[in-house]
Design a protein around this ligand. Structure first.
Ligand SMILES: *Cc1c(COP(=O)(O)O)cnc(C)c1O
Length: 220
């Protein structure tokens, strides 16, 4: 069970288990699975494609499930208007232009949209994420935006890095961010393969798909 794994990882790290939130990654799985997970007490779900997530959030809501929706995939600016309608958190903001598009799109929301700045830990931007000084530029623009709230950072460990090394660096970047933006304490790190390392290095959110729902069809 994933919740046991998270609890054990927290105990090993000397952290209370309620410091780490499970984000169930439901991409490729239907709305009925979101409803099922919500019934089991899952409070947060993650999706990476707007065209899949938008109808799924609508169907889940119609069936009475209202988890917090985290958008975790690369996002094109022309999808900002759609995403702000159902997302509670956008975890994958890595440019000032995307932050500005989300801010404009979020103007009609009752609550500001929570945003995490996605970090490219190895500086390779091909899979998304801001690196170097871009990270601070993007963070400052989110913090200054009237309809966004800067929540913290998100990252995926680079394939060829030891997860401990990757998440240790992420925590250092998070500490630098919190020094100037004290509310930005979220660290979204850790997936099915590396959640223990992420929890050791301070993750507040782990994004788990495979270990919870099984292997996804690789063709989708
Ligand atoms: C798919 C995905 C996950 C979940 O990965 P698993 O290995 O299935 O747990 C986490 N984060 C992001 C950004 C993803 O795209």
């Amino acid at each position: 069970m994933v919740s046991d794994r998270i609890a054990r990882a927290c105990a090993a790290a000397g952290r209370p288990a309620d410091e780490v939130t499970l984000v169930a990654v439901t991409k490729t799985y239907p709305a009925s699975d979101v409803v099922l997970l919500a019934g089991l007490g899952v409070t947060d779900v993650g999706e990476n494609r707007d065209q899949e997530a938008a109808p799924k959030a609508e169907q889940a809501r119609a069936a009475g499930a209202a988890p917090r929706w985290h958008f975790i995939g690369q996002l094109q600016r022309n999808k900002a208007r759609s995403v702000v309608r159902y997302a509670d958190v956008v975890e994958s903001v890595d440019s000032v232009r995307l932050a500005e598009a989300l801010d404009r799109a979020a103007a009609d929301r009752a609550e500001p949209l929570e945003v995490l700045v996605q970090v490219s830990i190895d500086g390779d931007p091909s899979r998304g994420g801001a690196a170097g000084d871009d990270l601070w530029r993007v963070s400052d623009s989110v913090a200054a935006a009237g309809h966004l709230r800067l929540g913290g950072v998100m990252a995926v460990a680079p394939m060829d890095w030891a997860p401990d090394r990757a998440f240790e660096q992420l925590r250092e970047l998070s500490q630098r961010l919190v020094a100037t933006h004290p509310g930005a304490t979220t660290i979204s790190a850790g997936m099915s393969g590396d959640l223990e390392a992420a929890v050791r290095h301070g993750a507040t959110h782990v994004r788990i798909g495979t270990s919870l729902l099984g292997m996804r069809n690789p063709l989708r």
